[in-house]
Design a protein around this ligand. Structure first.
Ligand code: PEP
Ligand code: MG
Length: 572
């Protein structure tokens, strides 16, 4: 197979060698051996190779990622030189005449079980260290390569079954030119992050890890959702030209960086950016973002082993508010759950995590955590134009309870003499159909809505946003979705409230004409989509799009909607 079709998750074209980030096959059989001294030598040699490798990784991590990230490899090195563990493995080889793989695995499994049973977080982490080290030594015994993404020092395209948001956050942009995965959808968080990092990506190919070997030359076409394996020189040339055209197009859009977003007939909309960390601000500014429509605060909580303190959060929120210099910043309170896990909260595994104990449900239960976040936000509020929204609101009661907690924390701070802004708007994400349907009731109580279509689509169509098998049902332009969006916009406007959209649909070129026609006030998207969207909106007339929107709302299928939009606008 030299070609695979997947889901275009992040635009752009990458041409580089494949780097497989997959679980290695470390299976082996128990064997009786004749010469235990020779077997111990083989074990010692694997140990020392693992040690040298880990030392290199640790040194690299120290210079590139800092001491705290390097500490984990330091802990692994300690395990490797633990005399108790090593002696037990060697004794087993000697007394039972078994192969080193078996002696290693049996002994480390025993230590892991012992540590995991202890009621002590530190000891539980030691179990994880032993598991990692066992894998590394086994890989040397079996002569199987395991992936070391932090050691990548040349341009590559990552090939993986899936990438978690924290895997994606660790990708080094200097070397990782693109990625492609077996599973995932356009709105899985790794895809969203790839867009904000401007890494071309094709996800949901189903078989890319089976088809591609380490070192294969591949092309990831994040515009069409295609992956080409060991392409011909002619195809490489063709793609090099497409890449140059894409860059030239981007340079055209870049001319709009300081412009406001007006339609051809003079209607202004706000084009804002979705961010995950204060580091994303630079991208927002270079792409002419008129505000932050969604700050996904959960990334502050991820990639660490305990909750961030109030002070740490305050610093992050302050940096974003100051960086945006008075432009609106909509901060979403913690939305953990679904595909964003926090291992240190030790939440039980759920059968349906996207429908489970997550986001506002978790925050209303774990109130200390929620209150800490609200206090940090309140304290930072004086540094800019802060708006707060709650994720995954399903009922008015949830909104009222969350807002009451906010008011309590605000009152306590004010009584203490802390300066907080007194015009912080409080809104909600509309991502659950019950809330969209009852938008007229919510609109009387909230200050604004932000439509979270990534989830709204999956809940309305009952199609998991992460599952490529049902991605054919994940239809942003389906008339059912468009009608829900219209209900929310109309309900808000009737009460004089504004409505944004922060799901990926807001930056989608087929959706934009319809959303403009429906009267959406704020479009929030990956920063890298803003200039393209601004260019598109400048060519659209709001009044023509109102007529288009009216028409598509009466249609029966996604295909009819797409056909209507492409024939009226200039989208190919
Ligand atoms: C959404 O659901 O549309 C949204 C923006 O939130 P997230 O993608 O973080 O679930
Ligand atoms: Mg959501």
């Amino acid at each position: 197979m030299d070609f695979l079709k997947g889901i275009a998750a992040s635009s752009g074209i990458a041409i580089a060698q494949a780097y497989r980030l997959v679980e290695p096959d470390l299976s082996f059989e128990k064997k009786q051996i004749d010469d235990s001294a020779k077997e111990i030598d083989r074990f010692q040699s694997a140990l020392s190779k693992a040690k040298t490798e880990l030392e290199k990784i640790r040194d690299r991590a120290k210079t590139e990622l800092g001491d705290d990230k390097a500490a984990i490899f330091e802990a692994h090195l300690l395990v490797l030189s633990d005399p108790e563990l090593i002696t037990q493995i060697e004794n087993k080889i000697k007394t039972e005449n078994v192969n080193a793989e078996y002696a290693l695995k049996e002994t480390t499994d025993m230590f892991i079980a012992m540590f995991e049973q202890m009621d002590n977080e530190y000891m539980k982490e030691r179990a994880a260290d032993i598991r990692d080290v066992t894998k590394r030594v086994l890989s040397h015994l079996l002569d199987v390569q395991i992936a070391n993404p932090s050691m990548i020092n040349e341009e590559v395209i990552i090939v993986a079954e899936d990438l978690t948001p924290s895997d994606t956050a660790q990708l080094n942009r200097k070397y990782v030119k693109g990625f492609t995965t077996d599973i995932g959808g356009r709105t899985s968080h790794s895809a969203i992050m790839a867009r904000s990092m401007e890494i071309p990506a094709v996800v949901g190919t189903k078989t890319v890890t089976k088809e591609i070997k380490n070192g294969d030359l591949i092309i990831v076409d994040g515009l069409k959702g295609e992956v080409h394996i060991n392409p011909s020189p002619e195809l490489i040339e063709k793609y090099k030209k497409e890449l140059a055209d894409f860059e030239a197009q981007k340079a055209e859009w870049a001319k709009l960086v300081n412009e406001k977003s007006f339609s051809a007939d003079g209607h202004h909309v706000e084009l804002a950016a979705n961010i995950g960390t204060p580091d994303d601000l630079e991208g927002v500014i270079c792409n002419g973002g008129e505000g932050i429509g969604l700050y996904r605060t959960e990334f502050l909580y991820m990639g660490r082993d305990q909750l961030p303190t109030e002070e740490e959060q305050f610093e992050a929120y302050k940096a974003v508010l100051e960086g945006m210099k008075g432009k609106p910043v909509v901060v979403r309170t913690l939305d953990i759950g679904g595909d964003k896990e926090l291992p240190y909260l030790n939440l039980p595994k759920e059968l349906n995590p996207f429908l489970g104990f997550r986001a506002i449900r978790l925050c209303l239960e774990e109130q200390d955590m929620f209150r800490t976040q609200l206090r940090a936000l309140l304290k930072a509020s004086k540094y800019g134009n802060l708006k707060i929204m709650f994720p995954m609101i399903a009922t008015l009661d949830e909104f009222r309870e969350a807002k009451a907690i906010f008011e309590e924390e605000k009152e306590k701070l004010v009584l203490n003499g802390t300066v907080v802004s007194d015009n912080i708007e409080i809104g909600i994400m509309v991502e659950i159909p019950s809330t969209a349907i009852l938008a007229d009731q919510f609109a009387k109580e909230v200050d604004f809505f932000s439509i979270g279509t990534n989830d709204l689509i999956q809940y309305t169509m009952a199609a998991d946003r992460m599952n490529e098998r049902v991605s054919y049902l994940y239809q942003p332009y389906h008339p059912a979705i468009l009608r829900l969006v219209k209900m929310v916009i109309d309900a808000a406007h009737k009460e004089g409230k504004w409505v944004g959209m922060c799901g990926e649909m807001a930056g989608d070129e087929i959706a934009i004409p319809i959303l403009l026609g429906l009267g959406l006030d704020e479009f929030s998207m990956s920063a890298t989509s803003i200039l393209k969207a601004r260019s598109q909106i400048r060519h659209l007339s709001k009044s023509d799009m109102e007529k288009l929107a009216e028409k598509v709302l009466q249609m029966k299928t996604t295909e009819e909607v797409v056909q209507a939009v492409t024939s009226v606008t200039k989208i190919e």
